[in-house]
Design a binder for this molecule. Structure first.
Ligand SMILES: NC(=O)c1ccc[n+]([C@@H]2O[C@H](COP(=O)([O-])OP(=O)(O)OC[C@H]3O[C@@H](n4cnc5c(N)ncnc54)[C@H](OP(=O)(O)O)[C@@H]3O)[C@@H](O)[C@H]2O)c1
Length: 245
């Protein structure tokens, strides 16, 4: 039995790709980690701000040796560089920029809280680009690298929202920026997409949301598997449909 397990492990480890997921300790990021691991096709490098407090992620790591948990604050350049250096040049086949915040105060212009705006932009807009920059060598080392940034329908110009101007405009900004990155990285063979994960029952989405984190993550997994350089620069819904910009 032990021999069979060893052979299976060897067969598995020669085939597995590597996915980096940010904000992997809870919500959609945690479920993405679970789904990618469950396929047996991926090793997951899970970034989170505080690995010591990431109990569910730690439990997953105890059950599956294809999970590595690393400290990562996506807003902190030093933390992002240390995270990237710890990969020691290992190819990264998929980067999922999942970490995000929705600050639940000063949502309008009349009650705007500009510190909250700054923090929202730092996490939701600037950090996905920071992660691409620090991991570029690792992405280039993959045969078919893909970058998926978790955006939101709230950033779509075609849907009128008055929920939080900071959050909506941050997701619109990251969408536009990723469209440009798709063109910039196409010659390097790196495919880039953004996705709306659905309205999801997480700390951010709340309990009244439409779908579970597992439903969202399994849809997003299929999106990652499906998109390629041929459709780089696309905006997807979690169910694989194209989202209007
Ligand atoms: N839930 C929805 O309905 C919904 C809808 C549309 C889009 N989205 C997007 O989906 C993504 C995931 O959302 P979610 O619902 O899973 O949210 P969530 O439950 O609030 O989890 C957010 C995750 O992001 C991490 N994070 C925040 N700031 C970070 C930082 N500076 N460095 C590293 N990690 C950081 C959090 O880590 P800590 O535990 O350390 O805070 C946590 O792991 C976000 O980009 C969000 O905007 C969600």
């Amino acid at each position: 039995m032990e021999k069979i397990n060893n052979i299976n492990h060897l067969q598995r480890s020669t085939k597995v790709k590597t996915v980096v997921i940010t904000g992997a300790n809870r919500g959609i990021g945690l479920e993405l980690t679970r789904i990618f691991l469950s396929t047996g096709k991926y090793a997951v490098i899970a970034g989170c701000r505080n690995p010591e407090a990431a109990t569910e992620l730690t439990k997953l790591g105890e059950e599956d040796s294809n999970l590595e948990i690393k400290a990562l604050d996506v807003t902190d350049q030093k933390s992002a560089e240390t995270f990237a250096q710890s990969l020691e040049g290992k190819p990264v086949d998929v980067l999922i920029n999942n970490a995000g915040i929705y600050v639940d105060k000063g949502k309008g212009v009349l009650d705007a809280d500009f510190e909250a705006w700054e923090q929202t932009y730092l996490v939701n807009v600037i950090s996905p680009f920071r992660m691409i920059k620090v991991l570029l060598d690792n992405l280039e080392a993959s045969d078919q690298a893909k970058i998926l940034t978790i955006s939101s329908q709230m950033g779509s110009m075609s849907l009128p929202y008055s929920a939080s101007h900071a959050y909506c405009s941050s997701k619109a900004a990251v969408n536009k920026g990723m469209q440009g990155v798709a063109l910039e990285l196409k010659p390097k063979g790196i495919a880039v997409a953004v996705a709306h994960p659905g309205w999801v029952q997480t700390d951010m989405g709340g309990t009244a949301a439409d779908i579970t984190p597992a439903e969202s993550a399994s849809g997003l997994y299929k999106v990652v598997e499906k998109f390629s350089l041929a459709d780089t620069g696309s905006f997807y819904k979690w169910n694989g449909e194209i989202h209007p910009w």
